[in-house]
Design a protein around this ligand. Structure first.
Ligand code: HEM
Length: 263
């Protein structure tokens, strides 16, 4: 199953051009909805206004080389390893889901644009698609069942669904139905193959069509905010915040008594 290209089989019933059109439409939906979201929340206006204000408080004028170094370090550490999630399970689950999704999306684009014309896709691309979907499921279900704040800290049951869950659930539906569709094709089950394919399409429409209402755009905002924060740290403006107190960190014994999870 891992070496099969589900889109090649689909090309026998749906023209490759229609699949390619679908991918382009999804990309346009993401771009359009993110721009609308920025206009609505005015977060970019705030971001640039804040950056301008912070620049006035800068203690050092950063050279281009220094700025580039800070940005590259942020990309390699804060963004690529989502360091803001600390050293625990939350970060491992996120990294699994994030890289899984990136692999799944890149492989989907390659398979749809390059290997729906009758040529055989190399095994590493089809494996990338399946492994990406499996990684997304591992990270996503782990997060959904055990790590979500409302479940792990607020003791709500795992099946309680709120609007904020739209992103993670749609992402999980895409990966799960994609895998189920590929398996149904592999086991020659025509009925299930159609069923899971339709569910796969619907979940993609919800994921990419729901960007305006979901947490999808955090994957663009978070890196921007991390770069701004580290630049502000390097030029001494500290995002207009006061410097840390020049005193030892003494929080008493309470902080050691139990895991901090009442946020
Ligand atoms: C393809 C890229 C990405 C994917 C698929 C992804 C996926 C997810 C998912 C499914 C969640 C859980 C959403 C929820 O609270 O319901 C999440 C949360 C989060 N993401 Fe991402 N993400 C991506 C990129 C990033 C990047 C680049 C950063 C930071 C630089 C980031 C930082 C975070 C943080 C801080 C949370 C909150 C986690 C928590 O509450 O445990 N993400 N992400």
């Amino acid at each position: 199953m891992i070496t099969s290209n589900p889109f090649a089989e689909l090309a026998l019933t749906i023209p490759p051009a229609a699949m390619q059109f679908f991918v382009i439409a999804m990309i346009l939906l993401v771009v359009g909805s993110t721009l609308l979201d920025m206009l609505h929340k005015k977060n970019v206006v705030y971001f640039f206004r804040n950056a301008k204000k912070a620049k006035k408080n800068a203690k050092i004028e950063l050279s281009t080389v220094k700025k580039t170094t800070v940005i590259l370090k942020t990309v390699a550490h804060d963004i690529a390893t989502t360091s803001e999630l600390g050293m625990g399970k939350r970060r491992i689950a996120h990294v699994l889901g994030m890289y899984g999704t990136i692999l799944f999306w890149i492989a989907s684009v390659i398979l749809i644009f390059k290997y729906t014309d009758g040529s055989t896709a190399p095994f590493y691309i089809t494996s990338m698609w399946h492994i990406g979907a499996i990684m997304t499921c591992l990270g996503g279900y782990w997060f959904w069942f055990f790590l979500r704040v409302d479940v792990s800290a607020e003791a709500h049951p795992w099946y309680r669904i709120i609007t904020a869950d739209l992103f993670v659930l749609a992402l999980l539906a895409c990966a799960t139905f994609g895998l189920a569709w590929s398996y149904a094709q592999y086991s020659n089950s025509v009925y299930f193959s159609y069923l899971f394919f339709i569910l796969y399409i619907i979940s993609n429409l919800v994921l990419f069509g729901g960007v305006y209402w979901s947490k999808f755009a955090h994957m663009f905002y978070k890196p921007g905010a991390a770069i701004q924060k580290n630049l502000a740290e390097a030029d001494g403006s500290r995002d207009n915040l006061p410097p840390p107190a020049d005193a030892p960190e003494q929080f008493g014994l309470g902080i050691k008594r139990e895991q901090p999870k009442h946020y």
